[in-house]
Design a protein around this ligand. Structure first.
Ligand SMILES: N[C@@H](CCC(=O)N[C@@H](CSCc1ccc([N+](=O)[O-])cc1)C(=O)NCC(=O)O)C(=O)O
Length: 215
């Protein structure tokens, strides 16, 4: 059955790959599954037809036959469960890979999202300069722990998995901030993710939709 995901009609990032459809595209490319994309305007995302699939009026969603899913973590896990290539066969290794998916979304991403919000929405507040170092240090705390755990390994737990796909996707949001450069092994880890042919196919597909018009 045809897989259809939703994405921004035009992503605010102009195709930098930061919108979360990128995670689903990457997962589908890693397992070699073709997919269609339904592009949505911000208005359409809040209309009943989309809210029926995504109660919070966001993208991405995943539809296949009468199945409709939202939440990138759940969608990537569903893809990884159904197709080989993103989770190991060994039961314990599979459980550890799933653990890293949750760690990416529940432990590493929250301070990174907070930093993005602080910089984007609080920069003009009188207390911003006082608060920013606290927010940045909460990110550094997690990055330091992750950096020490990764060491000089290629991936978090043996072969590349959905845990790495999610962790690299989370860390990519830091690229513009410069904070990731403080952790050379994490920068190299992210670069390894970006160098994967499946990542490149996913990135190019979203860029083709979002790249700013020439001239
Ligand atoms: N927890 C959900 C969060 C989904 C989500 O945040 N979706 C965003 C797009 S990806 C987040 C995002 C948005 C924009 C950029 N950007 O750089 O332009 C990057 C990432 C969305 O639909 N926002 C519109 C809305 O909430 O009304 C998930 O992981 O699927």
């Amino acid at each position: 059955m045809t897989i259809t995901i939703t994405a921004f009609e035009r992503s605010p990032d102009g195709g930098k790959g930061l919108a979360r459809d990128m995670r689903v595209r990457w997962a589908l490319e890693e397992v070699g599954q073709p997919y269609d994309v339904r592009l949505l305007s911000f208005k359409a995302m809040k209309e009943p037809a989309h809210l029926a699939v995504h109660p919070f009026g966001q993208i991405p969603t995943y539809e296949e036959g009468d199945l409709g899913l939202f939440e990138t973590g759940a969608i990537v896990f569903h893809i990884a469960e159904r197709h080989a290539g993103l989770l190991p066969d060994d039961a314990n290794a599979r459980a550890r890979a799933i653990t890293w998916m949750f760690a990416a979304l529940s432990t590493v991403e929250p301070p990174i999202l907070e930093l993005g919000t602080a910089r984007l929405l609080e920069g003009d507040k009188s207390w911003s300069a006082q608060r920013m170092p606290l927010v940045e240090d909460r990110v550094r705390n997690r990055l330091g722990q992750l950096s020490r755990r990764l060491g000089d390994a290629d991936w978090l737990d043996g072969a590349f998995s959905a845990g790495d796909l999610m962790m690299v996707s989370v860390l990519l949001k830091l690229t513009a901030s410069g904070v990731l450069d403080e952790y050379p092994n994490l920068s190299a880890y992210v670069a390894r993710g970006e160098a994967r042919p499946a990542y490149k196919r996913a990135f190019d597909a979203q860029l083709a939709i979002n790249k700013p018009p020439a001239g």
